[in-house]
Design a protein around this ligand. Structure first.
Ligand code: AMP
Length: 298
């Protein structure tokens, strides 16, 4: 199973379809709901007293292992974001770390044994705390965001040097490397240590760089976006979930995993927050994947 550490949040989201207050979000729930279409992810994180018990129960029903989620006194991590009319940009209005401020992750019994690990978006020092508790020969993939590029650069660079794969969006890739073009950014990131780099370019698809070269996949074409929050985390969740299910990591399985990431994240956009992922089935994923593969066959 995959192990994931990242933020578990309550999010307030405003965009041209309206405003939703205190929805369950954070990089980990998006990742874990997507991964649970393929496997039973193990979660490490912390929540406060205001986190809805109903969602925690649902996560367990869907097979996610929540033993690594600490329940602390105080408030859950809170994030508020507002999107531009065309969804091309997003402004962070508030970030409140709350229970994450004093959180130090400790892996429960059995968690250290997991081979596939995803360091979802959270402070690089917490990502490193988890890395330090893992044995050798792990398959470790990470994500990050602009806040950490700007405020925790040194820790971030250290974590990048210790992982097998790095999945990030084009804006973050150029923020870290200073490169304007994604191909250059991917090459510059790969030189820092990871075996592969995946750069997500929103509606323009995603790019993979390995020692074997580049692969570029388009996004699944969608007309209506309701809320793009968490699309990147659900891409990563489906990618890691599929790799766990496939049982092998190769340029071909990575490419197939990117297809699942592309498909699952195209569902995330269809409703606010986690809503679409909560009711998504594997059958719907397979149907859309078939359409996508048909679109790609020449
Ligand atoms: P994405 O749309 O993929 O960037 O992910 C959105 C999620 O990231 C939201 O659910 C937020 O709760 C979470 N988030 C926002 N800021 C941070 C942060 N600084 N660290 C960790 N997670 C964050």
């Amino acid at each position: 199973m995959s192990l994931v550490i990242g933020s578990i949040a309550l999010d307030t989201i405003a965009n041209r379809h309206g405003r939703r207050e205190r929805l369950v979000g954070g990089s980990t729930p998006y990742f874990a709901y997507a991964a649970s279409l393929f496997e039973k992810p193990k979660i490490i994180g912390v929540i406060g007293e205001d986190f809805p018990g109903e969602i925690l129960r649902e996560m367990e029903e869907k097979g996610m292992d929540t033993r690594g989620i600490l329940r602390e006194r105080g408030k859950t991590f809170f994030w508020e974001g507002a999107y531009s009319e065309d969804f091309h940009s997003r402004e962070t209005i508030t970030t409140e770390l709350n229970v994450f401020e004093s959180f130090r992750p400790t892996l429960p019994e059995g968690y250290q044994e997991e081979r596939n690990v995803f360091l979802a978006n959270i402070s690089p020092s917490l990502q490193r705390d988890v890395l330090d508790q893992l044995g050798k020969d792990r398959f470790i993939v990470m994500d990050t965001m602009n806040l950490w590029i700007n405020t925790a650069r040194k820790d971030l660079e250290e974590v990048i040097g210790r992982v097998n794969g790095f999945i990030l969006n084009d804006e973050e890739a150029s923020g870290i490397t200073g490169c304007r073009y994604v191909m250059d950014a991917a090459e510059a990131l790969k030189k820092r240590g990871p075996d592969f780099i995946i750069i997500k370019k929103g509606e323009h698809g995603s790019l993979l760089l390995t020692n074997q070269g580049f692969i570029l996949l388009p996004a699944f074409p969608k007309r209506e976006v309701v809320d793009p929050t968490g699309a990147g985390d659900s891409y990563a969740g489906a990618l890691m979930g599929y790799l766990q299910e496939a049982g092998e990591i190769s340029p071909l399985s990575l490419k197939r995993a990117m297809v699942y990431g592309t498909i699952v994240s195209s569902f995330t956009l269809e409703d606010f927050g986690l809503e679409r992922l909560r009711r998504l089935t594997r059958q719907e994923v397979e149907e859309r994947r078939n359409l996508y593969l048909e679109m790609l066959s020449l």
